[in-house]
Design a protein around this ligand. Structure first.
Ligand SMILES: Cc1cc2nc3c(=O)[nH]c(=O)nc-3n(C[C@H](O)[C@H](O)[C@H](O)COP(=O)(O)OP(=O)(O)OC[C@H]3O[C@@H](n4cnc5c(N)ncnc54)[C@H](O)[C@@H]3O)c2cc1C
Length: 247
């Protein structure tokens, strides 16, 4: 999976602070410089003042201001199983690659091992992998080799059948019915900072599936560069407490 930040609000933390300060000022926010807006906030520098206010907001559950800045991510090669989990989040906006208009007729079924077209879960190849519903412990190497063989054989068969159905004139929107739920998809998603923290609360947690956890960790890493004070506080003090931002 490849996750890239496409676009994001400039100066997101200034915007969060401006939004929050608006609630407690008699002046019109837009008439003031950012420094004037932050005058009463504790701190020697403007950076310190931002850190103080953002920590205060997160500590007191004042999450509204975090809805102002948003970021758009492009994701390549996520399974449709993972996409179904991600798209349950109703305040995220999505554009999803269509299997109606994009026919994957150029994929070589022999490349299935290399992850062409379908995601291979780690449990298909790694004897030491422990899934969330698994009791634990290393699985016999021979059994894992059989798993891998069966998994790849099944995927290869589906990809070949799909392409043969296309050759027989079946429209891609119908031929896709034979493809597995692990079939890869590219998508673009936009979400605000509050929602990003909520998705992370739900999906970076240990009981979420490995793939959506991986995606969330990537998104969080990029969010930390974009909105550093907010996500530093989030990582340090808040992560892992489900349904807190949106009970
Ligand atoms: C480990 C795990 C396992 C899961 N297993 C399943 C499963 O087996 N089957 C299944 O169907 N789902 C499953 N889910 C999905 C889960 O139930 C939620 O649908 C999904 O995580 C979306 O999150 P959310 O409910 O917080 O809603 P979001 O869409 O992310 O909305 C954010 C918040 O907005 C508020 N909100 C949004 N819409 C409404 C509304 N209509 N009414 C009231 N409040 C609203 C809520 O406070 C909500 O928390 C699973 C999720 C996880 C993390």
């Amino acid at each position: 999976m490849n996750v890239q930040l496409l676009e994001a609000t400039e100066n997101p933390e200034e915007l969060i602070c401006r939004g929050a300060r608006n609630d407690y000022m008699s002046e019109f926010n837009a008439d003031l410089s950012f420094e004037e807006t932050m005058a009463s906030i504790e701190g020697e520098t403007i950076e310190e003042k931002k850190r103080t206010l953002i920590a205060h907001l997160l500590q007191h559950g004042h999450y509204g201001p975090f809805e102002h800045p948003s970021a758009t991510f492009a994701v390549k090669g996520m399974s449709r199983a993972c996409m179904a989990q991600l798209t349950r989040h109703r305040h995220v906006s999505f554009d999803v690659q269509s299997m109606r208009y994009v026919a994957f007729d150029d994929v070589d079924p022999a490349d299935v091992e290399a992850g062409a077209m379908v995601v291979t879960p780690p449990s298909a190849t790694d004897a030491n992998w422990i899934g969330r519903n698994q009791k634990g412990g290393t699985v016999d190497e021979e059994i894992v080799a059989k798993r891998e063989e069966l998994f790849l054989q099944s995927v290869r068969g589906s990809v070949e059948d799909y392409q043969e159905l296309l050759d027989l004139g079946m429209p891609p929107e119908d031929a896709r019915f034979v493809l597995p739920i692990g079939t890869k998809v590219n998508l673009v998603m936009t979400l605000n900072v509050r929602m990003l923290m909520h998705v992370a609360d739900m999906r970076a947690a240990a009981d979420s599936q490995w793939e959506i956890r991986e995606l969330t960790e990537e998104v969080l890493a990029k969010a930390a560069e974009w909105c550093p004070l907010t996500f530093a506080y989030y990582e340090e003090k808040m992560q892992g407490r489900k349904n807190r931002l949106a009970p």
